[in-house]
Design a protein around this ligand. Structure first.
Ligand code: CDT
Length: 316
């Protein structure tokens, strides 16, 4: 007998700089209700789903702190938690976290169908730059606002399966999926904000959608897992961001994808036992992996004892 789970990616369109949290939470509740009506028990919201994507501006931390949460749930997010528990729908929600001892993380929570918090995840790979670069048409100052998450990629028993979490840039790195794959992950929740213009190499702009699909599909297939990825898309404060929210099966096939760059729900009924068809055959890690040969992957890049090709060894 197969295990089934109804899941949704709840894509958001733009959130304005001055849009109050309460208004955004109303949008989230609307999407949650629609996802529930369409059979979802788990709804994945985007990265930084409560606010505009503020790393596009160079601002003093004291100014940006208005977009950070000091508690989860807090007064503004409580209605989402209450509605979800009432409907018995769980969710993944990305937000900016300011801890009691002053750390700032790009975080997400996974909330079960009874409203309890299963786990919190802090983004591991922080992209962009640390200081303002005036030559850019907009900034990507995540490395100014956020510390890298110290906790790696966990996997939790929830929703009748093994659930993992990642945020935006994490999805581009095979290590993110593999660390979860090694813990038997069956469903990965991911939220993202991906500006289509990539200032350091604009030749990549036209490939933004392709690269998104490439990494989500490869990560799902190579680890035999479902991946549910929700975008904040559309033109937000003048910056166009990729939509293309997707639900990807362990086969690597896209089973649902958003059509708009606005608030939109996509759903899929996931056969969780589909994962074992990959995990016990082609990707039987215990049988086929050769970790004794993969040491370079975990050696630090500045480890002097590190062997293997470097840029210096490559013939121009
Ligand atoms: N939010 C986030 O991580 N965005 C990055 C943008 C590219 S790096 C400037 C991403 O990987 O989609």
């Amino acid at each position: 007998m197969s295990r089934w789970l109804g899941v949704a990616a709840a894509q958001l369109g733009p959130i304005g700089r001055n849009e109050p949290r309460e208004a955004v939470v109303k949008r989230l509740v609307r999407l949650l209700r629609e996802a529930h009506e369409r059979g979802a028990e788990l709804v994945v919201f985007p990265e930084l789903a409560l606010t505009t994507f503020f790393p596009r501006w160079a601002l003093a931390r004291s100014v940006a702190d208005q977009w950070f949460e000091t508690e989860m749930p807090g007064p503004a997010t409580k209605p989402l938690f209450e509605e979800a528990a009432l409907l018995r729908v769980g969710f993944f929600l990305g937000y900016a976290e300011l801890t009691e001892d002053g750390h700032r993380y790009n975080s997400a929570v996974l909330v079960e169908r009874d409203g309890s918090i299963v786990a919190r995840f802090r983004k591991v790979h922080i992209p962009g730059h640390e200081t303002e670069e005036p030559w850019r048409s907009f900034q990507h100052l995540e490395r100014h606002y956020f510390e890298p998450g110290p906790d790696s990629f966990g996997v939790w028993e929830a929703f009748g399966c093994r659930v993992g979490m990642m945020l935006c840039n994490d999805r581009r790195w095979p290590e993110s999926y593999r660390v979860m794959g090694l813990q038997g992950v069956e469903l990965i929740c991911c939220g993202y904000n991906t500006p289509i213009h990539y200032a350091p190499d604009p030749s990549q702009d036209v490939l933004a959608g392709f690269h998104n699909q490439l990494v989500l599909q490869a990560g799902a297939y190579q680890n035999g897992t479902w991946v549910v990825a929700a975008a904040k898309g559309g033109i937000e404060e003048g910056v166009d961001s990729l939509a293309q929210s997707s639900i990807v099966a362990p086969s690597g096939q896209v089973v649902a994808q958003s059509l708009s760059a606005d608030d939109e729900v996509i759903v899929a009924r996931c056969d969780l036992d589909w994962c074992s068809r990959y995990k016990s055959t082609l990707f039987d890690f215990a049988r086929y992996r050769r970790p004794e040969l993969y040491g370079l992957i975990t050696a630090s890049s500045d480890d002097p004892g590190r062997s293997g090709p470097s840029r210096r060894d490559v013939t121009p």
